[in-house]
Design a protein around this ligand. Structure first.
Ligand code: NAD
Ligand code: LMR
Length: 332
C-alpha cells in the first residue's frame, strides 16, 4: 500500500534529507498537547520536537518517540526543565492552561491562565527570544497582550513573532459555510477577524472564496454558529473540557504555515491575532502574511457589508476591555 506523502517525506529527511526546524510544545501532555505533538512529529519541516508540561511528559514522549518519522523527540517535566525545553527553539506552541467547563466564558479562565502564560513567556524571553510564538491558551484576547508585555519588559519584544492562534475559527467557518453551500470544506476560505471569544469572532462572509452570497438568515445562522463553535463543543463534552482534536488540527495547520514562512516560502497567508494597526486597537486578528520574520505583513479588512460593520463595532468594544485586562495584569 502506498504511504502518505507527509510520512514518506518525514522518513526521507530522517535518512539525511534537508534540515528542519526546532519546535517546542508547552502543555504537551494535555488534551490539545498530545494530538498536537503527534501531528507535529509527522510534519516533515520539524527536525527536533520538545515536549514540555508540568505532568506526564515522560509517558507522552516515550509514546510519540516510537513513531518512525524524522523529528527527534525529547521530553521535559516541570519548571526546572523549562529552560532546557526552550533553548534553541525556532517555534514555540503554547496550549498550556485550563479549559472551560459548561457555563464558563473564556474570560473565566483568566485568573489561572494569565499566570501560566506569563511564566512560560518569561522562559521564552530568556532562552529563545527570537522564536515565533503560537499562543493557544485562553482567553487569547488577553493572553497575547500579557505575552507582549512580558517580552517588552525583557527587551525582546518583536510584534511580528507573537501570534495568537485563531485558526480554529477559520477551520470551523470553512466547515460550516461549506455545509450551507454544499461544497467540500477544503475548497472554501472564510476570513475570520477580530479576536477569539464570542462576538469578537467576526467571520467576513462577504469575502468567502469561492465568491458566493448568503441570505440574511443564512448570514445570521453562520455568524452565530462560528462565534459559538467553542461553546458547542464545551457543552457536548459536558464537563470533560473543550475542543482538543479540532484544535490540534488547526494548531498544526497554523504551525505548518509559520514554518513554511520561516523557510522562505512565498504567499503564506493565514488569520492570526497580532499587534495591529488595522483598527484603533493595539491587537486584532486579520489575515497576515507569514515569512522569515513571522507576521511580515498585516492585511486590511477589505470592504465590509452593513451586517459586518455592526459586528465589527461590537467586536471592538469587547476586545478593547479584554486587551486592557491583559496589559493591566502584566503591569501589576
Ligand atoms: P488540558 O487541561 O487538557 O491541558 C492543558 C495542559 O496544560 C495540561 O497537560 C497541564 O498539565 C498543562 N499545564 C498547566 N500548567 C502548566 C504550566 N505552568 N506549564 C506547562 N504546562 C502546564 O487543556 P486543553 O484542552 O489542552 O486546553 C488548553 C488551553 O487551550 C485552554 O486554555 C483552552 O481554553 C485553550 N484552547 C484554545 C483554543 C484556541 O482556539 N485558541 C482552542 C481550544 C482550547
Ligand atoms: C474553542 O474555540 O474551542 C476554544 O477557545 C475553547 C473554548 O473554550 O471554547
Amino acid at each position: 500500500m502506498e504511504e502518505n506523502s507527509c510520512l514518506r517525506q518525514a522518513k526521507c529527511r530522517a535518512k539525511g534529507g534537508a534540515a528542519g526546524f526546532k519546535v517546542a510544545i508547552l502543555g504537551a501532555a494535555g488534551g490539545i498537547g498530545q494530538p498536537l505533538a503527534m501531528l507535529m512529529k509527522i510534519n516533515p519541516l520539524v527536525s527536533v520536537l520538545h515536549l514540555y508540561d508540568v505532568v506526564n511528559t515522560p509517558g507522552v514522549t516515550a509514546d510519540i518517540s516510537h513513531m518512525d518519522t524524522g523529528a527527534v523527540v525529547r521530553g521535559f517535566l516541570g519548571q526546572p526543565q523549562l529552560e532546557n525545553a526552550l533553548t534553541g527553539m525556532d517555534l514555540v506552541i503554547i496550549p498550556a492552561g485550563v479549559p472551560r467547563k459548561p457555563g464558563m466564558t473564556r474570560d473565566d479562565l483568566f485568573n489561572i491562565n494569565a499566570g501560566i502564560v506569563r511564566t512560560l513567556c518569561e522562559g521564552i524571553a530568556k532562552c529563545c527570544p527570537n522564536a515565533i510564538v503560537n499562543l493557544i491558551s485562553n482567553p487569547v484576547n488577553s493572553t497575547v497582550p500579557i505575552a507582549a508585555e512580558v517580552f517588552k519588559k525583557a527587551g525582546t519584544y518583536d510584534p511580528k513573532k507573537l501570534l495568537g492562534v485563531t485558526m480554529l475559527d477559520v477551520v470551523r467557518a470553512n466547515t460550516f459555510v461549506a455545509e450551507v453551500l454544499g461544497l467540500d470544506p477544503r475548497d472554501v476560505d472564510v476570513p475570520v477577524v477580530g479576536g477569539h471569544a464570542g462576538v469578537t469572532i467576526l467571520p467576513l462572509l462577504s469575502q468567502v472564496k469561492p465568491p458566493c452570497s448568503f441570505t440574511q438568515e443564512e448570514a445570521e445562522y453562520l455568524t452565530n454558529r462560528i462565534q459559538n463553535g467553542g461553546t458547542e463543543v464545551v457543552e457536548a463534552k459536558a464537563g470533560a473540557g473543550s475542543a482538543t482534536l479540532s484544535m490540534a488540527y488547526a494548531a498544526v495547520e497554523f504551525a505548518d504555515a509559520c514554518l513554511r514562512g520561516l523557510r522562505g516560502d512565498a504567499g503564506v497567508v493565514e488569520c492570526a491575532f497580532v499587534a495591529s494597526q488595522v483598527t484603533e486597537l493595539p491587537f486584532f486578528a486579520s489575515k497576515v502574511r507569514l515569512g522569515r520574520q513571522g507576521a511580515e505583513e498585516i492585511f486590511q479588512l477589505g470592504p465590509l457589508n452593513e451586517y459586518e460593520r455592526i459586528g465589527l463595532e461590537k467586536a471592538k468594544k469587547e476586545l478593547a476591555g479584554s486587551i486592557q485586562k491583559g496589559i493591566s495584569f502584566s503591569k501589576k
